[in-house]
Write a protein that binds this ligand. Sequence first.
Ligand code: ADP
Length: 446
Amino acid sequence: MSLELKKVKELNNILWLIKLRWIAAVCLIIAITAVKQIFNIPLHYFVIYGIALFLIFENVALLSLLKWKVKKDKINILSISNKIINAQISIDFLVLTAILHYTGGVENPFIIYYVFHMVLASILLNIVNTYLQTSFALILVGLLTFLEYFEIIPHYGLNGFIEPYLYKNGLYLIVTGFIFVTTSYLVVYLTNSVTWQLKKQKEEYIQANIQLKQKDIIKNEYILRLNHNIRVHLATILSNLNVVTTGVTGEIDEKLSKFINVAYSRTVQLADFVNDLLKLTKLRLDNKLEKQKFLFADVVKKVLDTVKDTADEKSISLTSSLDTSVGNFYGCRFSIEELLTNLLLNAVKFTPDKGKVEINVKDRAYNVLIEITDTGIGIPKGELEKIFDDFYRATNVKDNIDGTGVGLTIVKQIVNRHNGKIWVESEKSKGTKFSILLPKLNYKQI
Ligand code: ADP
């Protein structure tokens, strides 16, 4: 687990205890008010309200400490989190004992609430600290019972609710004490075992994930090297074939020219495939894209210029609209160009002659919504999810339509890197609509 992740985890544990304490303080105020109003049991209500206020004060003090010391990195949370959690649980046990003392002592059935903190300790602390905290709680309860029994401190009974003088009944105290102690240790033991198992599984899962990521990097680096080698050879083959097809080496007969043209076009396809694979592998390997501020309209215009000729060749009408309020966008300009070009070229490629392709860019508060619609062959329903997979081409694509099946994988990668979303709607033989939602301010690393 990375250091940052560990810090966040420890901070969340502390915040979790604080959140539970807010709930406890509110519940205590409601419960004690209800007891006062409904049962009218004579108790030291102001002391108990005071204890609830102390819980609120404890939370405020802790939150201030976290805000000023930890968030501003004056203290490393990892070095103090264990102490803070231990201190919180110990203080809560003391508070619970104080509440118990003013509300019937060992006679109060709410004595069982100690178990909640024992479970929390099992989840948040190591085994030694958990048993120490549990023993501390049991000592506190034992001490309270002892002091009340021998009347060293007063006993505040729950008159009208629980039979008075139970705290003086030796047999009751022994049986209750036995049940309480065994329940506490059993709960802690069980919670500890489950938590330990879960922690072990999580650790294994994290390790497996790290290994998978490392293997993925090795695989991608391997593809990258392979790609470079193949590209060099392909460039040589293409330039040689080019020399032959342009007639520089002399006239070639029609039969031979047919074979050379097939070889040439297949080599071009292979070069396209290798290029796409190279782009994808680079995207997967590079953790950061270079981001900058640019006018979204400029990118759309450039992409339309690139695609226009291909659309004209098929007499496809290529239209666009852009909300003027879209303005500047913060992201990787080169990747956004690549993304839009891929989607528009696909739309043109999969749309029959004289069809329509349009791109609409809309302002959606904190996002830019891009919709690319065509009147093309569509995508079969069951395959909509698969088209973003590596090398996937839908079953309705004819063999004579060029393609590598990598374009949409690149598109998806780029969208993810900009913390965006992409989805597709399509009807076979009617057309397809790709929608992309990109956050305008990409503060996160892209
Ligand atoms: P290709 O090189 O085949 O275009 P892509 O990864 O770009 O590969 O697309 C994957 C598949 O998704 C395509 O082969 C096609 O089946 C489907 N597809 C993508 N865009 C469209 C579209 N506009 N209309 C119909 N099908 C599409």
